[in-house]
Design a protein around this ligand. Structure first.
Ligand code: ATP
Length: 222
């Protein structure tokens, strides 16, 4: 599902963020991405979502070489990758339903299909009863689950999450990780950047660790 081959990323103003990074993630795998602050985790995820391009090397996602992807195919690529952010980036003046529906509206789906899919996604994250609420009326954990519903509503084969539990207490964090496990069980590929080592070491998944933009280790927690 993901292949990085000798990927370098240099930000002109900050120097090297990733150096000679190579790894593969198989379809259906669930893996964590850890490493110190500034190690390059967000950069790696942004390369997968095509929010950034590598300075050198090759990134292949779901069989597509992103370096060779014509500009007009970028929206199609982004629909294959559900992205989840720490700050969930919800629209404050729109309902939960509208926030989750957004990717489907952009993709041009019909009214009925949108309703069906949005409710299925809200059901998966346990928020069906809150579809009319606006984000401010929700707790931090609920807001994050709306962000997750929005990421999976288009049924992408790949989901990447950048510090999805960064603002949550341990119980809510565990709940979010369990939700990711459920997506994993139905075949979604997941790559989750996190500082939550307490949770990572308790779960039986692969862990990629970055240090100063290099792959420091690639292991299983247990
Ligand atoms: N848009 C950008 N422009 C310039 N430099 C950047 C940009 N994004 C990241 N960097 C730099 O690249 C390096 C890697 O940052 P990145 O955000 O990928 O690390 P991270 O592991 O996600 O860190 P954190 O855990 O703090 O989020 C850092 O030195 C950072 O300052």
């Amino acid at each position: 599902m993901i292949s990085f081959e000798h990927v370098h990323k240099r930000y002109p103003e900050r120097g090297d963020a990733l150096t000679d990074l190579s790894f593969e993630l198989q379809a259906g795998e669930m893996a964590f991405l850890t490493g110190h602050s500034g190690a390059g985790k967000s950069t790696l995820l942004r390369l997968i979502g095509l929010l950034e391009r590598p300075t050198r090397g090759q990134v292949i996602v779901n069989g597509r070489n992103l370096g060779a992807l014509p500009r007009r195919k970028i929206p199609q690529h982004r629909r294959q990758v559900g992205m989840i952010f720490q700050d969930h980036r919800l629209l404050a003046d729109r309902s939960v339903f509208d926030n989750v529906a957004l990717p489907l509206v952009v993709a041009g789906l019909g009214h009925k299909e949108i309703g069906r899919r949005v409710r299925a996604a809200l059901d998966q994250v346990g928020l069906l009863a809150r579809e009319r609420a606006t984000p401010v009326a929700l707790s931090g954990g609920e807001q994050q689950r709306v962000g997750i519903a929005r990421a999976v509503v288009g049924r992408p084969p790949l989901v990447v999450a950048d510090e999805p539990t960064g603002n949550l207490d341990p119980d809510l964090s565990l709940e979010i990780f369990r939700l990711f496990e459920r997506f994993h069980q139905v075949g979604v590929t997941l790559l989750i950047a996190t500082h939550d080592l307490g949770l990572v070491t308790r779960m039986p998944y692969r862990r990629l660790t970055l240090a100063d933009g290099r792959l420091e280790s690639d292991s299983r927690s247990r």
